[in-house]
Design a protein around this ligand. Structure first.
Ligand SMILES: Cc1ncc(COP(=O)(O)O)c(C=O)c1O
Length: 396
C-alpha cells in the first residue's frame, strides 16, 4: 500500500478529493479506496519488482501464486473464517449464482425456500425455477420492497435444501438488521431463523464486510466483487465443506463448486486482475483496524456515521420521501425521491455539478440512490447531506 488518503477539500463548490476525484455514489461498480487505485497504477506496469505487470503474469507463476495465497489468507483473517469453509473466486457475476446455487445444492424434487425482499432476490427465485421445486417463504412485494419481513411473516416449507435471502437490497435500499427488544435497529447482522440443519444461502453482494459478519451462520455466501470487495469480474463465494459434497445431479465440470475448491479457484485461467484487486481491498480492510478495534468494527461504526449524515438530512424535511421503512434502512444504499420526477432530475444534475455523481436511482424505482460503500469517505456523505438540505431549502 502507498500513502494514506488525503483529506478531501469540499469547498468552494465542487466536492473533490485532493487527487481531483469527485465523490462517486454509484451502486456498482462502486468507488474503490484511493490507496488501492494508486497501488494498481504501479502494479500494472511492474508488480513486486518482477519487471512484468500483474496483467501479464501467468496465473500459475510465482507472482500470481503469492497474490492468490494472500487474498485467501487475508479474507480468512478479516472474518476469522474457520477451516471447514472454502473461499472461491468465480466469474459470471452474482447473477450466475442464481443457477449455480440450486444446480449444486438441491435435487429436482426437494424444495428450496426463498425470501424475496427485492429485485435481486426475486431474480434468484425466478432463475432457480428450472431446477424444480421452490417455495417463496416470505416477501416484501406487498409494499414495494420497502421493508424486511419479521420472523413471524416468514413461513418455511417442510424440509428445504436451503434458505436463500439477500442481506442488502441494493435497489430498494433495505437491509436485514437485528432489532432489539425495544424495537430499535441495532445495525447488527440479522438472518432468517432457519429450521435446524437447513443451511442459509445469502447474497451479500452489496453489504459484505460493511459490518462484522459471522460466516459460520451460513452454508454459502456469495458477493459480486464490484461494490465492497473490488472490481467487476469475480464473484466471491464462501462455502461450507458439507455443501461442497452435495451432488444432486450431474453437472458440467465448470459449473461445480467443487471444481474450484479443489484447484484454488484456477481450474482454468481465472480473472487474475479482479482477484488481485480483491486482494488489495482485503489488505485495505485489514488496515482499517484502529486502537485495538477489529477492522470490521471500525468500518461498521464509520458506515453508521456516514449513513447517519444522509438519513439525518432526509429526515430533517418533508421535501424528500425515503423508500425504506426506518428499521429496514440500508447502511449501504439510501433511496429517496423529491416531490416530482423533474426535481429528481434537477437534483442529480446539480449534485453532479457540485462533484457528487452516480445518484440516479435504479430504472425500476426512479428517484435517487446514494451508495455509501466502504470506500466512500465520510466527507462525501457530509457533502451530500449539506447539498440535500440546501436543495430542499431552494426548491421546497
Ligand atoms: C444484491 C445484488 N445481487 C446480485 C447482483 C447482480 O450482480 P452481478 O451484476 O455481478 O451479476 C447485484 C448487482 O447490483 C446486487 O446488488
Amino acid at each position: 500500500m502507498t500513502t494514506a488518503p488525503s483529506a478531501p477539500s469540499i469547498k468552494p463548490s465542487v466536492a473533490k478529493t485532493a487527487s481531483g476525484r469527485i465523490f462517486n455514489f454509484s451502486a456498482g461498480p462502486g468507488c474503490l479506496p484511493e490507496e488501492v487505485l494508486q497501488q494498481i497504477q504501479q502494479d500494472v506496469l511492474n508488480i513486486a519488482g518482477s519487471g512484468i505487470g500483474i496483467l501479464e503474469h501467468s496465473h500459475r507463476g510465482k507472482n500470481f501464486d503469492k497474490v492468490l495465497a494472500e487474498a485467501f489468507s487475508d479474507f480468512r483473517k478479516i472474518s476469522n473464517l474457520p477451516a471447514n469453509y472454502q473461499i472461491l473466486f468465480l466469474t459470471g457475476g452474482a447473477t450466475s449464482q442464481n443457477f449455480m446455487v440450486p444446480a449444486n445444492l438441491k435435487s429436482q424434487d426437494q424444495a428450496a425456500d426463498y425470501i424475496t425482499t427485492g429485485y435481486w432476490a426475486e431474480k434468484a427465485l425466478e432463475h432457480a425455477k428450472i431446477y424444480g421445486a421452490l417455495h417463496e417463504a416470505g416477501t416484501s412485494k406487498d409494499k414495494n420492497h420497502s421493508y424486511i419481513p419479521t420472523d413471524s411473516q416468514i413461513k418455511y416449507s417442510g424440509n428445504p435444501a436451503y434458505i436463500h435471502f439477500c442481506s442488502n437490497n441494493t435497489i430498494y435500499g433495505t437491509e436485514w438488521h437485528e432489532i432489539d427488544a425495544s424495537g430499535k435497529n441495532t445495525w447488527q447482522q440479522r438472518d432468517p431463523k432457519a429450521p435446524a440443519g437447513v443451511p442459509l444461502v445469502c447474497d451479500m453482494s452489496s453489504d459484505i464486510y460493511s459490518r462484522p459478519v459471522d460466516f459460520t451462520k451460513y452454508g454459502l455466501v456469495y458477493a459480486g466483487a464490484q461494490k465492497n470487495l473490488g472490481a467487476a469480474g469475480t464473484t466471491v463465494i464462501v462455502i461450507r465443506d458439507d455443501l461442497l459434497k452435495r451432488k444432486p445431479r450431474e453437472l458440467p465440470w465448470m459449473l461445480q463448486y467443487d471444481t474450484f475448491a479443489k484447484d484454488e479457484s484456477r481450474p482454468n485461467t481465472p480473472p487474475v486482475f479482479a482477484i488481485y484487486i480483491c486482494g488489495l481491498v482485503f489488505k485495505w480492510i485489514l488496515a482499517q483496524a484502529q486502537d485495538g478495534r477489529h477492522c470490521l468494527d471500525v468500518l461498521h461504526e464509520r458506515n453508521i456515521r456516514k449513513a447517519g449524515h444522509i438519513y439525518a438530512a432526509l429526515d430533517s424535511t418533508a421535501f424528500y420521501k425515503g423508500h425504506a421503512e426506518k428499521n429496514s434502512r440500508s447502511l449501504m444504499n439510501l433511496t429517496f425521491k423529491c416531490p416530482t420526477p423533474e426535481l429528481d432530475d434537477r437534483f442529480c444534475k446539480e449534485a453532479g455539478a457540485e462533484g457528487m455523481d452516480g445518484l440516479k436511482g435504479h430504472r425500476s424505482t426512479g428517484g435517487m440512490r446514494a451508495s455509501m460503500y466502504n470506500a466512500m469517505p465520510e466527507d462525501g456523505c457530509k457533502a451530500l447531506a449539506d447539498f440535500m438540505r440546501e436543495f430542499a431549502r431552494k426548491n421546497g
